[in-house]
Structure formats: structure tokens, C-alpha cells
Design a protein around this ligand. Structure first.
Ligand code: PMP
Ligand code: GLN
Length: 411
């Protein structure tokens, strides 16, 4: 009989860290700052638009490339935020979340053995998508605590087989936004080596001081960049799974070739609601940012007061903190202990690394949560901190080796 398990491309990945941590949060009745999912609803007008679409009988497949209402709304919002004019008919593909768009890009663009430049830490689906498409990931480490792209290191990773570079700003998990020097380096390298750049901009509306700018506006990038967006992030409905890719017509056509067989289309009523969402007045986006800025400040003040060191995120809804003061062997040991004994779920960032030892001292907290949730987590965190300082757990410190784990650390 044949082996009934997963193939060799996916075998190293195991269960995603988000599923593992959410299961542990439930098991230990923990406050969940792990998976990046708001514990509040997105706007009421969006829910109403989706309900209305369902009541109006919009329950059949949507146009494969995306409902015309939605592709137009995406093009208009993109014009508004970036000044770039895109053709909603030929240059946009609506997908089931940005996660599908990432996989579609890899499936559509890579020949077996083609190389993709990834910058670790990265959202965990990047590596799996490259592997599923038969590509080879070349991983460049963004060194903590700055998490900046270094041009020389990037250049050293490029070979004649490099076809794609995948960048993410605002960045999950560091919260950084690419600065001018990094953008210029990406542009130089992409143009010099004729690379396609997948620019994961799903946190485009979540910037705090410096506005997000798409990479597509940089010289030579209009034709070679695929910009990814998601309703899940910008409108606090991660479960709706409506995302998109914006790219020049030939690249969009390539992404579409994979999308038509990967899912064919995203759910019709949610696409209709998403079109309404993107046409929201400026005030929606201003309030959205102001609320998140307040959550960010609450979170960083709280975790710093508990003995963590962390930079203030410039964008996204994650804080990447240094847990060294707690005395654990690595991030998996710390996160496991914290959920079991402190009642707080977080993410061990080694899930976002190939070189897992680089993340030993780090922990990721998501702050897309109600104030009451953040306050409850911070209260628990300070109690936990006291117990650690009092030596209560001295004999419990587990010595997990993250290097031994597969791509997703096993918790
Ligand atoms: N990219 C990044 C950087 C993310 O953090 C996420 C998180 N979910 C995604 C893509 C996927 O977005 P979606 O939920 O729309 O699939
Ligand atoms: N991107 C989200 C995060 O980083 C989770 C996405 C998922 O659960 N697959 O938390």
C-alpha cells in the first residue's frame, strides 16, 4: 500500500504555528495574543453590505478575475493612496485572501528549481508556497533588533536562477516599514537582475507615523511588481478571506492562470461588501489608524513595564519583543511556558525563520485586540513576571531545542 501521508515538499512544514498556538490558547484558557486576528468585529456597514448581498441573491460564482465592482474599487483606492493608475479589467486579480495570492504567484511564475529571495522573519506561508510550487527559497536574514535589508547580503543571495523577490512592508512580525535606503536597494537589485518583486502590502492601512508607500511607484517597478492587499487586515475581517494582486497585465494574467484553478473566485457577497469597504470615507481610515496607534502604545508600554525590550512598531499590528530577561532557553520554551503558566498565548517567531536560532530571544504579541483584552493580558503578564522573578518556576524551565524542529516549531 502507498504511504498515505503528505508529500516530500510539504512534509517539513507540520502544522502551522497559528493553529498550534490557538489550540493551546483554548486548552489553557489563555488570553490570545498569538494569531493576528482581531477579537472585535469590523465595521457595521460592511456586515450590512454582505447581508444585503446574500439577501439580494448574489450567491453564485463571481467573475473569475474579481467582481467588476470590487476590481474598480481596488483600482480607485490604489490610485488614491499611491497615485498609480491600474486597469481594473486587466491588472487586478481578486483571490481568497492574500494567502492564495502568494501561492498563485509562486505557482504561476516559477519553473522547477527557480529561486525566490525571501527575507526572514517572514509570514509562514511564503516558504510553503515556494515549496509547493517546486521553487527554491534563498533566505536572507534581517538581523535583530533592526530588521533592515542589507544590500550586500541581498546581492550575495542572488544567482542566475533567482526569478522572484518577496518583500513585506509594513512587516509581519517586526512592525517595520521599509525606509528610503532599503527601497532604493530593492529597486537597484530588482532592475539589475530583472527580478519580479512580490510586494506584500497587506498592512498598507496600518502605519503609525510614516505613511506606507507602495513599491510600485519606484523607478522600473511598475511592470515588475505584484502588490498584494487584503480586506482581512484593512477592515478587521480576517475570516472573510478576500485579497487581491495588482500587477501589470502580463503578470496579472499569469497570476490569474493559477487562481482560476486554485479557487476560481472569492465568495461573491463578501466581494460586494469589500467594494463598499474600499470606498469608505477618509475618516474610516483615519479612525482605524488612530485606534490602532492607541492599541500599539498601550501594548508597548505594558510589555516594556514587564521587562521586555522592544522597538515601537511603525506599522502592522505586531510587537516583536525580546524575552531574554525571563531566562528561557529559546522562544518555543518561553511561549509554551507563558501559555501554560501565565495564561497568555503568543507566537514563537522561529516559525518565521529558517535559521531558527536567530529567533531564540524573541516573542511576537498581536495587539489587534480590545482594550480589555490587552489589559487582561498585561495584568497576567506582570503577575507572571513576578512569579518568574520570585524563582517559582526555576525547576520548570524546559530546554526545548528549536533547531531540532521542522519549519513550524512543534509546541
Ligand atoms: N501576508 C502577511 C504578511 C500576513 O501577515 C498575512 C496574515 N494573515 C497574509 C499575508 C495573509 O493574508 P490573508 O488573511 O488575506 O490571506
Ligand atoms: N498572518 C496572521 C499572523 O501572522 C495569521 C494568518 C493565519 O492564521 N494563517 O498572525
Amino acid at each position: 500500500m502507498r504511504t498515505l501521508g503528505v508529500n516530500s515538499r510539504l512534509q517539513p512544514f507540520g502544522a502551522t504555528i497559528f493553529a498550534q498556538m490557538t489550540a493551546l490558547a483554548v486548552k489553557h484558557d489563555a488570553v490570545n495574543l498569538g494569531q493576528g486576528a482581531p477579537d472585535f468585529d469590523g465595521p457595521e456597514f460592511l456586515k450590512e453590505a454582505a447581508i444585503k448581498a446574500i439577501r439580494d441573491g448574489r450567491g453564485q460564482y463571481a467573475r473569475m478575475t474579481g467582481l467588476p465592482e470590487l476590481t474598480s474599487a481596488i483600482a480607485q483606492r490604489f490610485m488614491h493612496t499611491s497615485g498609480v493608475s491600474v486597469d481594473p479589467e486587466r491588472e487586478i486579480v481578486v483571490t481568497c485572501g492574500a494567502t492564495e495570492a502568494i501561492l498563485d504567484c509562486m505557482l504561476a511564475l516559477l519553473e522547477p528549481g527557480d529561486e525566490v529571495l525571501l527575507f526572514e522573519p517572514f509570514y509562514d506561508s511564503y516558504l510553503a508556497s515556494v515549496a509547493m510550487a517546486g521553487g527554491v527559497a534563498k533566505v536572507v536574514t534581517l538581523e535583530a533588533p533592526e530588521f533592515r535589508i542589507d544590500e550586500n547580503t541581498m546581492r550575495a543571495a542572488i544567482t542566475p536562477k533567482t526569478r522572484v523577490m518577496l518583500v513585506n512592508s509594513p512587516h509581519n512580525p517586526s512592525g517595520r516599514i521599509l525606509d528610503d535606503a532599503e527601497r532604493a536597494a530593492i529597486v537597484r537589485v530588482a532592475n539589475e537582475f530583472d527580478l519580479i518583486v512580490i510586494s506584500d502590502e497587506v498592512y498598507e492601512e496600518l502605519w503609525y507615523e510614516t505613511p506606507h508607500r507602495t513599491l510600485m511607484t519606484e523607478p522600473g517597478m511598475r511592470e515588475r511588481t505584484i502588490v498584494l492587499g487584503s480586506v482581512g487586515k484593512s477592515f478587521s475581517f480576517t475570516g472573510w478571506k478576500v485579497g487581491w494582486a495588482i500587477a501589470s497585465a502580463p503578470l496579472a494574467a499569469a497570476v490569474r492562470s493559477a487562481h482560476q484553478f486554485a479557487s476560481f473566485c472569492a465568495p461573491t457577497p463578501l466581494q460586494i461588501a469589500a467594494a463598499t469597504a474600499l470606498a469608505a470615507p477618509a475618516k474610516y481610515f483615519e479612525d482605524f489608524r488612530a485606534e490602532y496607534r492607541a492599541r500599539r502604545d498601550r501594548m508597548i508600554n505594558g510589555v516594556r513595564a514587564c521587562g521586555f525590550t522592544c522597538a515601537s512598531p511603525e506599522g502592522s499590528y505586531f510587537v516583536l519583543a525580546d524575552h531574554s530577561a525571563f531566562g528561557f532557553a529559546d522562544d518555543v520554551a518561553f511561549c509554551r511556558h507563558l501559555v501554560e503558566h501565565g495564561g497568555i498565548a503568543s507566537i514563537p517567531p522561529s516559525a518565521f525563520y529558517v535559521n531558527k536560532a536567530k529567533a531564540k530571544h524573541l516573542v511576537r504579541f498581536a495587539f489587534c485586540k480590545k482594550d480589555a483584552t490587552l489589559d487582561a493580558a498585561l495584568t497576567r503578564l506582570s503577575i507572571y513576571r513576578e512569579r518568574v522573578l520570585n524563582g517559582e518556576f526555576a525547576s520548570l524551565t524546559p530546554a526545548t531545542s528549536v533547531e531540532k524542529a521542522g519549519h513550524a516549531p512543534s509546541l
